[in-house]
Design a binder for this molecule. Structure first.
Ligand code: RP5
Length: 164
């Protein structure tokens, strides 16, 4: 199975990124995790992106806050799909990172999830791998079914409380 490469701009992003790692582990998807910054370690970030495909990575998740150029900088150096997580790590509540991550110029796409949206970033990366992996696709469907069941149970409890 392909790996998911997870890059965070700083180790201070780990509390958010941990949720992506946990989700990928629940699906038994192998991960490779690094701290590389588009600004502080641009050479290392570029080298990672340029070698990711040959190392068996099928999708990249990039988490960064503030002037968050990490996802875009990685995407500029690979044709693998890159998913950006804007991290809420500044006085601007993550809006800065969201806009920096999502507003990519035509030709270099980054699939941007919500601010701190690490679980969806992981699920999207799994969906990308599942295009060619039937077992993974079945696990995704099983999770959807379980989530639906939980919501319907909550609905039944609310209906019992309020609808006589
Ligand atoms: C960004 O700046 C990082 O991704 C992090 O979200 C933010 C703050 O980094 P530290 O100053 O905590 O290392 O590049």
């Amino acid at each position: 199975m392909k790996k998911v490469g997870i890059i965070m701009g700083s180790d201070s992003d780990l509390p958010v990124v941990q949720k992506a790692i946990d989700t990928l582990r629940q699906f038994d998807v192998p991960v490779e995790v690094h701290v590389y910054s588009a600004h502080r370690t641009p050479q290392e970030a570029k080298a990672f992106a340029q070698t990711a495909r040959e190392r068996g990575i099928g999708a990249i998740i990039a988490a960064a806050g503030k002037a968050a150029h990490l996802a875009g900088a990685l995407a500029a150096n690979t044709t693998l799909p890159v998913i950006g997580i804007p991290v809420k790590s500044s006085h601007l509540d993550g809006i800065d990172a969201l806009l920096s991550t999502v507003q990519m110029p035509s030709g270099i796409p980054v699939a941007t999830v919500a601010i701190d949206g690490a679980v969806n970033a992981a699920l999207l990366s799994i969906q990308i791998l599942a295009v060619e992996d039937q077992t993974l696709a079945e696990k995704l469907q099983a999770k959807r079914d379980a989530d639906t069941k939980k919501v319907l149970e909550k609905n039944a409890a609310i209906e019992a409380q309020f609808n006589q």
